[in-house]
Design a protein. Structure first.
Length: 234
């Protein structure tokens, strides 16, 4: 069951939770996290989860390992370059209706349930997939500090409420992120993307590979669970 959303979590603590299967890659991720500015009064947990059977199972395990109110779930191949990340997250989370912050996503999910198929995408991530090849994936920017969206990409997901990851449905490595966005909205919390017009917050360094065959299976599971709640733009 999910924890109480406010009472037993430490408001002065932030945890960075990562599923790890490559120690060298994670060590670089951790180096960047340990270089972030920590606001006065805040403490930080670094929670690597090894041998996870799925992303949802790993993230639930990581969430149980810390009582931080603020949790950042990020891929092991993400480098956080915004030194003021923690303060920026806290500023957005001052609005207690905001449940989740992501780096890039879509205003409304299309019928496919796949965020990058959406008509209006917001956010920014620098992608470094190959040596000497860097792509600035820069979508639309919010007019203000952030904008409400329906779904964001799982490379970086920051939360201020503990809602259980649906490991009962998503037993692999796909659609866990969009599922959590829908779960947040089921609990009447907003999902948002921050303004990164002046500079990007994260570098993502994934290995280029085709979409896994099992993605379609989890897409069907996602649409069966959440399809009736989607409001695609046309």
């Amino acid at each position: 069951m999910e924890r109480d959303k406010k009472m037993d979590l430490d408001r002065n603590r932030v945890a960075f939770i990562t599923c790890v299967n490559d120690e060298d890659v994670y060590s670089e991720c951790l180096l960047y996290l340990q270089s972030l500015h920590i606001p006065d009064g805040m403490t930080v947990d670094y929670v690597p989860v090894r041998n996870a059977v799925s992303m949802c199972a790993g993230y639930n395990e990581g969430a149980r390992a810390t009582n931080a109110r603020y949790k950042v779930y990020l891929h092991q191949d993400v480098l956080v370059v915004n030194k003021n990340l923690i303060a920026d997250l806290l500023s957005i989370f001052a609005d207690e209706t905001v449940g989740l912050i992501g780096m890039i996503g879509c205003r409304s999910l299309p019928r496919s349930g796949v965020w990058w198929d959406g008509l209006r995408t917001y956010g920014r991530v620098l992608h470094h997939c190959e040596p000497e090849s860097v792509v600035d994936s820069h979508c639309m920017e919010p007019d203000g500090a952030y904008i409400d969206v329906e779904a964001v990409d799982g490379l970086f997901l920051a939360t201020q409420y503990d809602i259980r990851w649906r490991e009962d449905l998503f037993t692999g490595w796909h659609l866990y992120d969009t599922s959590m966005c829908m779960e947040m909205q089921r609990h009447d919390f907003k999902v948002v993307v921050p303004n990164q017009e002046e500079d990007f917050w994260c570098i993502h360094c994934p290995c280029e590979k085709p979409l896994a065959p099992e993605y379609k299976r989890y897409q069907k599971i996602f649409l069966h669970e959440y399809g009736a709640e989607l409001h695609p733009e046309v």
